[in-house]
Design a protein around this ligand. Structure first.
Ligand SMILES: [Zn+2]
Length: 211
C-alpha cells in the first residue's frame, strides 16, 4: 500500500464527510492500517481541513513516530484493529442521525439498526450499542474488543458510530449507509414498518458476505 496515496485519501474522504455535514467542528476521526503501522487523523483536527504531511504516523505497536499527535479517541481504533484482522480502516463520526439513535433509551443494545433495507444488511450488518464511556478513555477498548470479531460497526451510546472496512473507501461507504439508515429509522419511528424477513436477511448474508 502506497503511504503517500493513503494520506491523500484520508484528506479526500475527511473533506467529503465534513462538507456533507456528517461530522462537525473537530469531531470525528479516521485511521488506516498500513503494512508497518497506522495513519490516524490528529487530535483536535477538523476532518474538512486535514494536511497529508501532518497526519499522525504510528508504528505497528501503536507508538506515535511522526506527524501531529493522534486523536484522543485512538482506543476505539485499536480495539478494532486488534480483534478484527480484516479491518484496514476505521471511521468514527458524530453524525446526526446515528448519534440520535445512540441516545434513545429504548434502542435494542444488541441490534440498534433494524433491517429495513437490504443495503444496511449488506454493508453494515448488525450494529450493537456500547455502554457510555467518557470519550478518549481506554476503558472503552475491552468493550469493543468483545464484539469486534463479530461486528464491523457499533454505536457508542450517547456519542456516535464507529465503522470498519476492508479499505478506507469501504469503511466510508458503510458509514454513509449506517447514517442514511439511521435517518430512515428515525423518520419512520412510530409508524408500522415492514422489516426484511429472516429468510431475506440470510439470503443477503449468503450472497454478499460482509467482511
Ligand atoms: Zn467521538
Amino acid at each position: 500500500m502506497n503511504e503517500q496515496r493513503t494520506r491523500e485519501d484520508i484528506v479526500k474522504w475527511g473533506r467529503s464527510l465534513f462538507e456533507r455535514g456528517l461530522t462537525a467542528g473537530s469531531s470525528g476521526n479516521i485511521s488506516v492500517r498500513l503494512d508497518d503501522g497506522f495513519l490516524m487523523t490528529p487530535t483536535n483536527s477538523c476532518l474538512g481541513f486535514l494536511d497529508a504531511e501532518r497526519m499522525s504516523r504510528l508504528d505497528a505497536t501503536g507508538k506515535h513516530i511522526s506527524g501531529d499527535a493522534p486523536t484522543k479517541e485512538q482506543p476505539l481504533h485499536f480495539a478494532f484493529y486488534n480483534k478484527r484482522p480484516q479491518a484496514r480502516a476505521v471511521v468514527h463520526l458524530h453524525s446526526t442521525y446515528a448519534t440520535a439513535l445512540s441516545c434513545l433509551a429504548d434502542v435494542d443494545p444488541s441490534d440498534a439498526i433494524p433491517p429495513i433495507t437490504p443495503y444496511v444488511v449488506m454493508r453494515v450488518g448488525r450494529v450493537p450499542v456500547i455502554d457510555y464511556i467518557r470519550p478518549g478513555s481506554a476503558d472503552i477498548r475491552p468493550l469493543i474488543e468483545n464484539i469486534a470479531a463479530e461486528h464491523a460497526a457499533v454505536l457508542l451510546q450517547n456519542h456516535g458510530p464507529i465503522v470498519t472496512g476492508t479499505s478506507l473507501e469501504a469503511a466510508v461507504f458503510a458509514m454513509e449507509e449506517l447514517e442514511e439508515t439511521a435517518k430512515l429509522v428515525l423518520l419512520t419511528r412510530g409508524m408500522p414498518v415492514t422489516l426484511l424477513s429472516t429468510g431475506a436477511i440470510a439470503d443477503l448474508n449468503q450472497t454478499f458476505k460482509l467482511k
